[in-house]
Design a protein around this ligand. Structure first.
Ligand SMILES: Cc1cc2nc3c(=O)[nH]c(=O)nc-3n(C[C@H](O)[C@H](O)[C@H](O)COP(=O)(O)OP(=O)(O)OC[C@H]3O[C@@H](n4cnc5c(N)ncnc54)[C@H](O)[C@@H]3O)c2cc1C
Length: 432
């Protein structure tokens, strides 16, 4: 194997960029990570990883999985350790249909296969940053433009601070507003930018002691989801039970503000959940800084790479969060792509590696975008044939997540590897 003399540029240091960078380093592929902010950072909120995501971490590098295990929280009650969510009604009967006897009633309790856990985003990021060797990260580097000059010369990156860099290939992990995606698809391309999904969310962290007083220990200590008309609220413990994470969703037709995160007053937020169950209202009343996050999603990109430029994570397939699986998909992407690149010399056929990644990952990751939107419609009683009926909701929820959680990732990687060889043979770069 020829020496890997040049480096790959990874643009964006979120969960996608960091898992990819660590994966490439694990494969002994030299890499430079460019981040627009002045340091690595994640928001103060929780994130849940399904069994597929934690398996992907392990497969990329057991140290990433260990970092997750170091910080992971599960439901606090022993009997609910493997519980995904207890799904409950968060609203009473429809107005005019009688008293609120249904409020809080359990719809269904569903478990996950082993490996699920929740974590404070910033803490998970810290664990990964601790694994990065010195000297590979560059901060204050906002990518504004790219020119792919072909396999010999590589790709020139231009940053907002006026500097340039040349790399053998570029992988954009620059999130839902990805500049790399725009440049890859073309600025006017209909899939270049994300669109508003019709849902928005309030996010908050409530100290567990307070949450237990408000909700009782069972509901505060273990993942809960409250369904309502055009809204739902979920809670789960993070930080080993010190904190309860809250995400409260509502719907609106349009989002016209250029900002996607805005601050509203408490009354606006409380009005949004007027008439919901006392549990939900107690949660909402204890959100200290009400910020609304508009939830956007990507139209399906027709390809994830062109030449030596590739996209991964939210940059490739930003989804609404209703399956709790967007970051997990990014980690799966990182596993498959870092493995493929690891099989190539850096001067080898990276285009064939990108092509194999695109062939294996695009359909699955774009399916999440569609299924996640559908998931909210179920949670929010918007699917006419399911409606609010307990048995129908329970039946559909029992089957909806296995395609995400039970994925055979090594089989995906094997298929990707076979495709890599095929594509190399077709392009004449396969070694005899
Ligand atoms: C409310 C909510 C809840 C969610 N809950 C879950 C969950 O429970 N489980 C789950 O798996 N997923 C969840 N997700 C989805 C998950 O947050 C994302 O899929 C994931 O964080 C995407 O990571 P990323 O690294 O691709 O993008 P990002 O986290 O957006 O990172 C992109 C990085 O690129 C940098 N950057 C941006 N532009 C440039 C540029 N031009 N040049 C250089 N750097 C740049 C940014 O500063 C940032 O560091 C949720 C999402 C939301 C909105």
């Amino acid at each position: 194997m020829a020496e890997k003399t040049h480096t790959i540029a990874v643009v964006g240091g979120g969960i996608a960029g960091l898992t990819l960078t660590l994966g490439l380093l694990h494969q002994k592929v030299p890499v430079t990570l460019y981040e627009s902010a002045s340091s690595f950072g994640e928001i103060g909120a929780g994130v849940a990883f399904g069994p597929n995501a934690s398996r992907a971490m392990e497969l990329i590098d057991p140290k990433i999985r260990q970092g997750f295990e170091n910080r992971k929280t599960q439901n606090l009650w022993e009997s609910k350790k493997s519980r995904w969510f207890d799904f409950r009604y968060g609203v009473g009967k429809k107005i005019g249909e009688g008293p609120e006897e249904r409020v809080g009633e359990l719809i269904v309790s569903l478990d996950t296969p082993p490996g699920r856990g929740t974590v404070h985003r910033a803490h998970f990021l810290d664990e990964m940053v601790a694994l990065l060797p010195d000297g590979i990260s560059r901060f204050g580097k906002r990518l504004v433009d790219l020119t792919d000059e072909g396999p010999e010369k590589g790709v020139v990156l231009r940053f907002a601070d006026g500097t340039e860099a040349r790399h053998i290939a570029v992988i954009g992990t620059d999130g839902i507003k990805s500049r790399t995606r725009e440049l890859l698809l073309g600025e006017g391309h209909p899939a270049a930018k994300a669109f508003f999904s019709g849902k928005y969310a309030y996010r908050a962290l409530i100290p567990m002691q307070k949450a237990s007083e408000l909700l009782g220990e069972e509901l505060a200590n273990n993942s809960q989801m409250y369904f309502g008309n055009h809204g739902h609220v979920l809670t789960f413990p993070i930080e080993r039970g010190k904190t309860m994470n809250v995400v409260a969703f509502r719907s609106r037709e349009k989002w016209e503000n250029p900002e996607w995160v805005i601050t509203v007053d408490k009354q606006t937020m409380q009005n949004d959940f007027k008439g919901w169950s006392q549990h939900v209202q107690n949660i909402i009343a204890n959100v200290e800084k009400p910020n609304i996050w508009a939830l956007f999603m990507h139209p399906p990109a027709p390809y994830y790479y062109k030449g030596r430029v590739c996209i991964l994570g939210d940059a490739a397939h930003a989804s609404t969060p209703h399956c709790g699986a967007g970051a997990g998909m990014a980690i799966e992407d990182s596993y498959v792509l870092s493995g493929l690149i690891g099989q190539e010399t850096i001067d080898g056929d990276l285009e064939a590696a990108f092509k194999a990644y695109d062939a294996v990952r695009r359909e699955r990751s774009q399916k999440l975008v569609v299924e996640s939107k559908r998931q909210a419609e179920i949670y929010e009683f918007e699917v006419p044939e399911i409606g609010e009926d307990k048995e129908s909701v329970a039946a559909i929820m029992r089957t909806r997540m296995s395609w995400i959680w039970d994925e055979d990732l090594p089989a995906e990687a094997r298929l990707a590897s076979e495709l890599l060889q095929k594509f190399k043979a077709e392009s004449g770069t396969a070694r005899l």
